[in-house]
Design a protein around this ligand. Structure first.
Ligand code: SIN
Length: 287
């Protein structure tokens, strides 16, 4: 039951809040509504001090938000719990990587390369380095709102291609370290087309829905025009005033809404362990 100690506090300018005083492993309906509301209002929330969040509890809480994605990088899934993708620089006894060490070190919206991209992602910090390894989030409502009227009009009905495999070769992905996929895994991920501007299905607000990680081209434009427009939209998305940088605390469960945010993981000193469990909730087809 709700204890009355629950609090939500804005940490960034428009996005990014912390939620204290709730236990996600034993969440009643009132607190579920509070957490869900905070996610819609702030785009990304850090639920602090989740010391009891076992893999089962994280999966059970995540399922209250929707169906869960089983990530294509099967080799980094938590044994016995394929709903959890390990983001980690830990090694197993035989020296193999247990997780995806450099996941998401580029601006992206999770699995925008599938027909029903992620509604939200939930990342639980089991071990963190003493500094660095922050995660940056960009407000894609603000990115859209900040465009001039002519650009908003130009992109209103445009669509764009998103691709996991093709983005490996793209110049926007230069330097990005991706999970290596087998040919069979790549074949499971054909290109998809989404609107450049989407309407958030719960808030009704418009958000830009292109990202340097996976958006490869605008449909119907020449290569040059597509590259130039995407470059301008990416630049407009990452103005410093639109960004919230999350500094992790151990036992944070950070939830972000991929329908209106991009995110970008940052490096850290790999002599320290950074070990995270991610669940991903499947969303609607963007419209
Ligand atoms: C991701 O899910 O893109 C990784 C985020 C992070 O490790 O900070």
């Amino acid at each position: 039951m709700a204890t009355g100690t629950e609090q939500v506090r804005l940490l960034g300018r428009s996005i990014g809040a912390e939620v204290v005083g709730v236990d996600l492993a034993e969440l009643d309906e009132n607190d579920f509504v509070l957490v869900h509301r905070a996610l819609l209002d702030y785009g990304v929330i850090a639920v602090r001090d989740q010391t009891n969040l076992t893999p089962e509890a994280q999966i059970a809480f995540s399922r209250r938000l929707g169906d869960l994605e089983i990530h294509v990088a099967a080799h980094f899934l938590l044994p016995g719990h394929p709903e959890i993708l390990q983001i980690s620089n830990k090694k197993s006894a035989d020296g193999a990587a247990v997780g995806f060490e450099e996941a998401g070190r580029y601006w992206h919206s999770d699995i925008s390369y599938v027909e029903r991209p992620a509604m939200c992602s939930l990342l639980y910090a089991l071990e963190i380095p003493p500094s660095d390894g922050d995660t940056m989030f960009a407000d894609m409502y603000a990115a859209y709102d900040g465009l001039d009227g002519a650009t908003q009009k130009r992109i209103a009905d445009l669509t764009a291609v998103h691709s996991y495999a093709a983005s490996f070769a793209g110049e926007t992905a230069a330097g990005a370290n991706r999970a290596t996929l087998t040919d069979d895994q790549k074949a499971m991920l054909p290109e998809v087309v989404h609107p450049v501007v989407r309407s958030h299905p719960e808030t009704g607000r418009k958000a830009l829905f292109v990202n340097p990680g996976f958006t490869t081209r605008i449909v119907g434009l020449s290569d040059d025009d597509s590259r130039s427009l995407l470059g301008a939209l990416f630049k407009a998305s990452v103005h410093s005033q639109n960004i919230y940088t999350h500094k992790w605390r151990r036992h944070d469960l950070v939830i972000w809404d991929n329908r209106c945010l991009m995110h970008h993981a940052t490096p850290y000193d790999s002599s320290y362990i950074r070990h995270m469990h991610r669940t991903t909730v499947i969303g609607d087809r963007p419209v």
